[in-house]
Design a protein around this ligand. Structure first.
Ligand code: NAP
Length: 309
């Protein structure tokens, strides 16, 4: 069985920053980067708030640069999912679908995935009109009518992006106020292609012959239910932490995030955490990267104390 000093699970800004520090710090580092590497930034367009890029940088380009940087310092990156972590004496065994690796320390950086509404029709029409990624699927809706659901920065970003393709974008929000940052909400409010649909909940997504036809909407102020014809429907209602594979290895919060008093240490020595799988508050690429750096430095300290390195 291959033995590493640290295994990092996840390849978003948190995991790859952690890997940069552990690999550059001389630790034998394996990154289990997932079948789709790069995390949530792979589904975004230009990132304007990652310092150092005056004109912004495309999310996938930033992640590609981070990947090359960790590989340059000798980290091995495997593009597979971790399926379990087991305790073996003082070490840990990390399993994938067909392999297992021993390690002295683990950094969990698995991030979060897009939440679903769980309304009738959503699962059946997923990939047939229902999507969680405007940058991936937006081009399919040239001159079509689409809707985005949500009131956070993701919903603003998705709606704005979709105006480059669609003829009309409905932005459906369940309340009368966005939680998005003012700059992004203002951009949406001033876009003539976007119509904001306040106080409205999605009750059902309906298709004919496996193709989206309309959404059943409920205006909770007017107590009115109606059909909204649509060609595309984009979910942007937040994310859920990717922690199911952890089983009971470490303590989770009641919402399923990794429990940690300081955002880095978990309930088990030698297992550290960073990024959106722990952080429910800031959830920015730059804060995830900062957490990745801290997790790596704590890992190095832990391994020095154990005299592994
Ligand atoms: P978010 O801030 O948690 O917003 C989720 C939105 O979806 C909220 O408006 C929420 O409504 C709505 N929602 C949640 N569950 C719903 C349901 N079941 N039905 C209908 N609506 C539902 O998530 P996010 O927009 O993905 O943003 C996450 C983090 O990433 C934030 O910190 C954000 O600033 C950051 N982000 C930054 C950028 C950027 O700077 N470029 C881009 C994207 C995201 P309520 O408001 O009523 O709760």
């Amino acid at each position: 069985m291959d033995k590493y000093e640290v295994i990092i699970i996840g390849s978003g800004p948190a995991g790859l920053t952690a890997a940069l520090y552990t690999a550059r710090g001389g630790l034998k580092t394996l990154v289990l980067g997932g079948y789709t590497y790069g995390g949530q930034l792979m589904n975004t367009t230009v990132i304007e708030n990652f310092p150092g890029f005056v004109d912004g940088i495309d999310g996938p380009v930033l992640m590609d640069n981070m990947l090359k940087q960790v590989q340059r310092f000798g980290a091995l990156v495997e593009f597979v999912d971790a399926t379990a972590i087991e305790i073996e004496g003082d070490d840990y065994v990390v399993r994938t679908h067909d392999k297992q690796y021993t390690t002295s320390a683990v950094i969990i950086a698995t991030g979060a995935t897009p939440k679903r509404l769980n309304v009738p029709g959503e699962a059946e029409l997923y990939g047939r009109g229902v999507s969680t990624c405007a940058t991936c699927d937006g081009a399919l809706y040239k001159d079509k009518v689409v809707a985005v659901v949500g009131g956070g920065d993701s919903a603003m970003e998705e709606a704005t992006y979709l105006t480059h393709h669609a003829s009309k974008v409905y932005l459906i929000h369940r309340r009368d106020k966005f939680r998005a940052s003012k700059i992004m909400a203002d951009r949406v409010a001033n876009d003539p292609k976007i119509e904001i649909v306040w106080n409205t909940e999605v009750k059902e997504i309906v298709g004919k012959e496996n193709k989206l036809s309309h959404a059943v909407l409920f205006n909770n102020q007017e107590n009115r239910t109606y059909d909204q014809p649509l060609d595309g429907f984009f979910l942007a209602i937040g994310h859920e932490p990717v922690t199911a594979f952890l089983g009971g290895t470490i303590k989770l919060t009641d919402k399923g995030y990794v429990d940690s008093a300081d955002g880095i240490h978990t309930s088990r020595p030698g297992i550290f955490v960073c990024g959106d799988v722990q952080d429910q508050v800031y959830r920015q690429a730059i804060t995830a990267a900062g957490m990745g750096c801290r997790a790596a430095l704590e890992t190095i300290k832990y391994l020095e104390m154990k005299e592994v390195v």
